[in-house]
Design a protein. Structure first.
Length: 168
């Protein structure tokens, strides 16, 4: 069974995913890292080829990873919005929605200029709020488990996910 982490940008999917992999002895993959390693910077992909092309690359990566076992997969923030991706990931794993408040997410993403959906908007808070409102219902629908992250350390969140995964 794969452990799949989904949630908004800035929630800590990468950091927690690495720790879950360490705690369980599973291999860890971050879909954004795989795309960056193979195709270059995500912001460049968005700029030169568009979001639709990036989403197609995500689906290719999901198809590849979902066919393997005992992985920890940290997903990009928009990846599970595509029903095909969520379905593939659910077949071989459990999806954990890492939830954080708007305030927590804003603190974490405000300093990060590499986020293509927030880049150059000049309205980071407004755009983040729109994305959060749009994506949260989808995350909740596709998730097997919801893990609140506000006020918790990476270690605490990772251990909570591991405990839930062991029961699955």
């Amino acid at each position: 069974m794969n452990v799949v982490l989904c949630g908004m940008m800035g929630v800590g999917k990468t950091s927690v995913g690495i720790r879950v992999a360490e705690l369980t002895g599973r291999r860890w993959f971050d879909t954004d890292v795989v795309i960056t390693d193979r195709y270059g910077r995500i912001s460049d992909i968005f700029e030169f080829y568009g979001e639709e092309h990036f989403r197609a690359l995500e689906t290719d990566i999901v198809r590849e990873l979902a066919g393997k076992e005992d992985l920890v997969i940290s997903t990009g923030g928009g990846l599970v919005l595509k029903p095909e991706n969520a379905e593939m990931l659910k077949r071989g794993g459990k999806i954990f929605f890492m939830r954080a408040s708007f305030e927590t997410l804003l603190l974490r993403v405000r300093a990060d200029e590499t986020r293509p959906l927030l880049k150059d908007t000049g309205k980071t808070a407004e755009k983040l709020g729109e994305l959060l409102a749009e994506r949260t219902p989808v995350y909740e629908r596709v998730a097997d488990y919801i893990v609140d992250t506000d006020g918790k350390t990476i270690e605490e969140v990772a251990r909570e996910i591991v405990a839930l995964a062991e029961k699955a």
